[in-house]
Structures are given as structure tokens and as C-alpha cells.
Design a protein around this ligand. Sequence first.
Ligand code: PEP
Ligand code: MG
Length: 536
Amino acid sequence: MESYTGKSIFQKVAVGRIFYYEKNENLVKRNRIEETEGEIKRFEAAKLVALGQLDRIYQKALKEVGEDNAAVFEVHKMMMEDEDYLESIHSMVREQKVNAEYAVAMTGDNFAKMFSQMDDEYMKARAADVKDISERLVSVLLGNGTDMGALKEPVILVADDLAPSETVQLDKSKILAFVTRYGSSNSHTAILARTMNIPAVIGVDISKEWNGKMAAVDGYTGTVYIEPDFDCMERMKNRIAEDEKKRQLMQELKGKETVTKAGRKIHLYANIGNVADTVSALQNDAEGIGLFRSEFLYLEAKDFPSEEEQFQAYKTVAESMGGKKVIIRTLDIGADKQVDYFNLDKEDNPAMGYRAIRICLSQPEIFRAQLRAILRASSFGNISIMFPMIISVKEVREAKRILEEVKEELKEKEVPYQDVETGIMIETPAAVFESGELAKEVDFFSIGTNDLTQYTLAIDRQNPKLDHIYDPHHPAVLKAIKMVVDNAHEHGAWVGICGELGADLTLTKTFVEMGLDELSVSPSFVLPVRNEICNL
Ligand code: PEP
Ligand code: MG
């Protein structure tokens, strides 16, 4: 047995087989090929493998996200069999005597360029699809084709790092734990592990040799055991049994009010990233959804999700929560949450760059489609809207102006919607200092302590080297929270926390004393936080 340590980001234990995930670098070189017919046969075989992958992904998407959302993979299959596309690859191999990878990559680039120059918006959007299918084919040809959708049994996922766009593609029911070499405890992948309620250890000296081996991940100590011995397995089993006992005890808090002994009621909500997370919010008896990270709908998709797709997602969540509050945060894309089809430029400082509300206000057509979808869904439950990354009153007024225009538009078309509460996230020092003015503009604040810590301490939340000094307990962060609470209350707004700090049980008492009205936490933390509050 060998053991390796790292930093734990979720306290739980898992035992299982390792799946080593390697990123596809897909470095394509141009090689001269004499036997061109053999090369074409090699390409045709790769095409069959890729079509099989697409078929599996389509079937999975059909079950999980419905026919409309799955349709894109049918489109990919059709594109992969398109005569012009195939003819271009074949003739490049035959006439230029080049390897299949090179012919596919060149054809993909040429077709993508051609599509992106078209006037028709639908055709323009196909550029990302043709790039996607070409990359899939190149991966198969290079033997890099890690088909994450095809995991057969639950595994411990070991990887150098995982981007949010990769994590969202995983079949959650097949992941027992994450172990990564890089990553930070405040990254969105870490947040996702907490939402998924699975152990995760980062900063581990991982090895490709581990692939297929049995392992145990101890999220309490941040230790990964490779080929654990009998004693280790016994310890792990005991830990799992203890966790189960604790979980059972917590179940007794279900249906209870979240109220201190002195009678102070705190609204205890859950954070979710997609429709499926609503199930665990309900299972853990969340009193509402305090943060629906709507950008994950965009990260899961291959192209801009349509208004209709978004409407269905928001409506399902609103209906499932049965009249409980559902706060939908408008698109917070950018920084570490990147999607190809947005075609965002590479930036030196993406965390301080073109992201979130800044994108929405400068590309109002994207923003309007989302607002229309949210407002339409508001007729099916108790929805509120929240704008992220706000730095000024001007931004809030502009966002509200667009919201009013969208309401007018719906009214004219006689599309029903309900009155929605509007709020903003307090994630920047500017919003903290302006909180008195900002509170006059909105119904509520939700403090995003993940970003607020990053911007207050000037520490990139993604940088693993700075993880040890990224300290949300820093007095500056706590003073900022207090200032926001006081300013909100003075001007009639209610205020909560939806950053990860909201689930920090060592601070629950402090938050109640500060006067916070709401805490929104990963679903698995709802009952532990209720337990803490009820015992205050
Ligand atoms: C935050 O910044 O605290 C927050 C809740 O938003 P996110 O983690 O998605 O940036
Ligand atoms: Mg944030």
C-alpha cells in the first residue's frame, strides 16, 4: 500500500477503482503518407468509433436533459457524415498525401471559418459544432479518445486538473471521488464536489500508473491510499459507517424550522448548478434555492441554450420547489467558467476581466433571452432574479432597465409572468462600500464570499500556490460582511450569504449575531447548518 497526501476539500471517504483522466492535447502534425488508401481506411474506422461515442452521449443526454437538449449530438452525427466535409478530408489525404489527423484538422478549421462568416445566425453557430466533431475525430485518430460519457462503473477520478466545463460533462452517478494534482479549494470544481457530496483531495502527486488500481480516498485527512491493505480498508469502512450514522442523526432535523433558541429565524437555502441538484436540495430539506448558478446550463451546452431550453430548466426547478423561493443568478460566465461558443478573447486577468454582468450588459441579446426565460418561468413558482459581479449603482439600474423592457415586451405579447424580487451579489469591495446606495435599488443582497475574499485580499481564488493564504476568515472580509448587513438593513433590503463561507459552522454564530437573514449552502450542508443554528 502507498499513501499520498493533499488538501481535502470535502470531508467524506470513498473506496473504489481509479480512472485516470488525461486531457486530450490533440497536437496535430503534418506527415507525408504514401499509402493514401490505407490512410482513408484508417480515417473511416475512426469515424465509426466517433459516431459510436456520439450515439452514447446522445442516449445519455436524452435521458438526463431531454430531447431538445440532446438534439445537438444528433446534429453532430449528421455533420460527421456530411458529404462535403468527408469529400474535403478524402481529397486532402489523396491529393496532398497527408495524414488523416492533419486533413481532419484543416477541414475542420476551413469549415468553421466558412460558417462563422455566414450572415445567417444559425449557420454561424455551426462553426463551434464543426470544430467539435473535428476535434473528436482527431482524438480518436491520435488514440486520445477518453470518452468520459462511457464510464461503466463508479470510479475515483484522478486528473491533473478539471475545468468546470469538463466537470459538468461527467456522469455524476459514476464518480466516487476526485483526486487532482492542481486546483484550489475555492475553484468551481471544488464547489461542484461539495454539491455532489463526494470526497475530493487536491494537490496530490498523482501518477498515470494508478489507472485501474483500487484506492481509498480519505477526505478527513486528505490522504489517498493506493491498493489499500486490510487495516486501511477496515478503518475506511468504520469511517463510512460513522458518516452514515451522523447522516441518519441529521435526518431528524428534516421538517424542523431553522430558528435559534432565542427565536431568531434564519432562512436556510441551498446552492444548485442544474436542475438535477434540486433533488438533493429537497432531500436535504432546503427551504429554498438561494443560488442557482445558471451559467452551468451554458457550460453543459455545446451552443447558446435557447430561451425555451432555459425556460424549461427554470420552470422545472420552480415547480419542484413547490412555491419555495428560487433565486436565479443571471449568467456569470467568464474567468474560470469558459465556453467555446462565446468566443471570449484570452485575457491576462480573466477574474478581473470581461465576465458576468459585464458580458450581459454589453451583449444584451444574450441577457434578454435569459431574462425572458426567467420571467416566463416565474408563473410556475416563487422566482427571484439576482445579478452577479456588481460594482456600481449604474450597472444595477441598467440591468433593471433591461428587465423592465423585457417585462413590457412580455406584457404586450400577453405572456404571463409574476412580480419577481430583484437582488444583487455582493462580491466586490466596490459593492461593499456602495452597499448603502445599492440597497436602495434592490430587494436583497447575497454576499458571494468566494469572490469577495478573492477581490478583498487580492488573491486569485484559482491559484493553488496561494490557497494557504486565501482566508475568508480574514478580518477585512468579516468587517465587509458586517458593513453590508448594516447598510442593507438600514435601507430595507434583506441580506444573505451564498459563498462557501455560509456553510462554515465555526462562523454560524457570528453570522447570526451580525444579523444575516439568510444562508445558502451546498445541499449536503443544509442540515448541519440547521443543527448549529437550532443549538445557538
Ligand atoms: C461567490 O463568489 O461567492 C459565489 C457564490 O459565486 P461563484 O462561486 O459562482 O463565483
Ligand atoms: Mg462569484
